[in-house]
Structure formats: structure tokens, C-alpha cells
Design a protein around this ligand. Structure first.
Ligand SMILES: Nc1ccn([C@@H]2O[C@H](COP(=O)(O)OP(=O)(O)OP(=O)(O)O)[C@@H](O)[C@H]2O)c(=O)n1
Ligand SMILES: C[C@](O)(CO)[C@H](O)COP(=O)(O)O
Length: 252
């Protein structure tokens, strides 16, 4: 089953408060979007990546992507008013530019329109490749919708509009979910056709009665949301370069 990745990068990043859209903020010399894209391009069975960019920065994003060598089709489209609308814009662009390759594929049978779609937040720029692969494997195993997640460490309360606690869900049943979220393409498209918005795509499929599987996420898949997250991201890249610097000494 061939795979497409939609990277949603069209948010403004209001909670981060940078003077650029969040996906274009740099960490360790690369934008969040480039970090995410470089990993996404390694996914097995990949035939296409759609980058959903801020409408105000389409040219800048196209230029960035031109600098990345890849044999996969990478398309850039403008995002929408919220995350759900941006994913819908990415879905609408699936198959764009696959024309020539598809003619060959029809002949060779090795490349086809994507049947599995992963939706990934550019803001989760350090998600390891093995998380993507776990999600794809579970969709290939027959799950319609798959999300990576981690157990929750805090006790979570459900509150009413006044902030008064209504219930305390059992913590062992809770997972904090991340991206990439993976779907059978037709079902994701059908869920988006409802026009309903949600904070993640899996919720749209849940609403239609689909079973969503949670596979193991990764702490490194944290979402860069606030200035504190950006500091954490800088520390992460700094620790990587320190490790690299130390490698020759370690070997010697
Ligand atoms: N209209 C939007 C809103 C969000 N996103 C993307 O969805 C992901 C998760 O959203 P979030 O981290 O909340 O980003 P922002 O909406 O930019 O942040 P904020 O809510 O602080 O403005 C990000 O990669 C963001 O670029 C998007 O493509 N289009
Ligand atoms: C999709 C998501 O990353 C899953 O945790 C999250 O719901 C995005 O929320 P945001 O408020 O748009 O960052």
C-alpha cells in the first residue's frame, strides 16, 4: 500500500509568539518544517508529500523545499483557517503531480495513488522515523485509523464551564496522542467530507464509528507550541551536535 504524508504547517503559532509562522522558525539551522519533512521523506512506501503552508508564505516554503533533494513528489498548497481546513486542503491536493509517475506505475505496478495517508504536524519536528513506521504498519495490518500516543502522567479532570470538576477519568485509560496519524485514505476523505472540525483527524473518524488504534508514541514527538517548547527543541539539537563532536574522542 503506497503512502502519502500531509504535513500541516499553515498555523500562525500564536502561542509561540515568533515574528514568523511557527513552521518557518529555525532550530539548529533548519526550520521546523524542514526537520519534519526530512523524516517524512524516509517513510517506506512513500509516493507523495503534501506540505500545507501559510498562504502568506507559499513562495518561501516552495523555495525551502526546492533545497531538499528527494525522489518523491512534494507539493505545496495553502492552508485554511484551522487545522482541519488545512488537512482538507492537503487531501484535495493528493495525486497532484503524480500523473507522469502514475503512467509508468500502471505499466510497472510499483507506484500508485496513495492508499494510506499520514497527517503530521510540522510542529512535531523531531518525531522519530520509527513512529511513522509503527503507524503505517498498523494501517497495513488492517486498521482504518491509527494514532501514536503516550500514557498521561498527570491526573486529568473533566470540568464544566465554571471550572468545577465533573469527573476524573481513570488515568490508565488515557493517552496523550501525537502525530503522524495514519488512515485508510478513502475513510479519511469521507470523514473530512462531513465538514466538521476537530482538534485531530482521528476524532472525525471516531465520530463516524470507526475504531482508532493507539500505537506507542515518543517523547521526542513533543509539539513545539510555547517558547518553553522551543527552548526544549534548541536543547535537543544542541545535545545532538555535542554528541557528534564527541564521537571521534569516544572512538579514539
Ligand atoms: N490553520 C492551521 C492551524 C494549524 N496548522 C498546523 O497544525 C499543527 C498543529 O497546530 P498548532 O501547533 O496549534 O499550531 P498553530 O495553530 O500555529 O499554533 P497556535 O494555536 O499557537 O496559533 C501545526 O503544525 C500547524 O502549522 C495548520 O496547518 N493550519
Ligand atoms: C493533532 C494534535 O497534535 C494531536 O495531539 C493536536 O490535537 C493539535 O492541536 P493544536 O491545538 O492544533 O496544536
Amino acid at each position: 500500500m503506497s503512502v502519502a504524508v500531509i504535513i500541516v504547517a499553515a498555523g500562525s503559532g500564536s502561542r509561540l509568539g515568533a515574528d514568523l509562522p511557527k513552521a518557518l522558525v529555525e532550530i539548529g539551522g533548519r526550520t521546523l518544517l524542514e526537520h519534519s519533512l526530512r523524516t517524512a521523506l524516509e517513510v517506506s512506501g512513500l509516493v507523495q508529500v503534501v506540505v500545507v503552508a501559510p498562504a502568506t508564505h507559499l513562495e518561501a516554503v516552495i523555495e525551502l523545499i526546492d533545497g531538499i533533494r528527494t525522489s518523491s513528489a512534494v507539493h505545496v498548497v495553502a492552508g485554511g483557517a484551522d487545522r482541519t481546513a488545512s488537512v482538507a486542503a492537503g487531501l484535495a491536493a493528493l495525486d497532484d503531480g503524480l500523473g507522469d509517475e502514475l503512467d509508468d506505475a500502471d505499466a510497472q505496478g510499483d507506484l500508485a495513488e496513495p492508499q494510506v495517508v499520514l497527517v503530521h504536524d510540522a510542529a512535531r519536528c523531531f518525531t522519530p522515523l520509527d513512529v511513522y513506521e509503527r503507524v503505517v504498519d498498523a494501517v497495513r495490518d488492517g486498521w482504518v485509523a491509527v494514532v501514536p500516543g503516550l500514557p498521561v502522567v498527570d491526573t486529568v479532570k473533566v470540568v464544566d464551564e465554571r471550572g468545577v470538576v465533573r469527573s476524573t477519568p481513570p488515568r490508565e485509560q488515557l493517552r496523550a496522542v501525537q502525530t503522524p496519524q495514519g488512515f485508510v485514505r478513502d475513510e479519511l476523505e469521507a470523514a473530512h467530507a462531513s465538514g466538521v472540525s476537530a482538534t485531530d483527524d482521528a476524532a472525525l473518524l471516531e465520530a463516524l464509528g470507526h475504531h482508532v488504534l493507539v500505537v506507542e508514541g515518543d517523547p521526542l514527538s513533543f509539539k513545539v507550541t510555547t517558547p518553553a517548547d522551543l527552548d526544549r527543541a534548541h536543547r535537543h539539537t544542541a545535545s545532538l551536535s555535542t554528541t557528534t563532536d564527541l564521537e571521534p574522542e569516544t572512538v579514539a
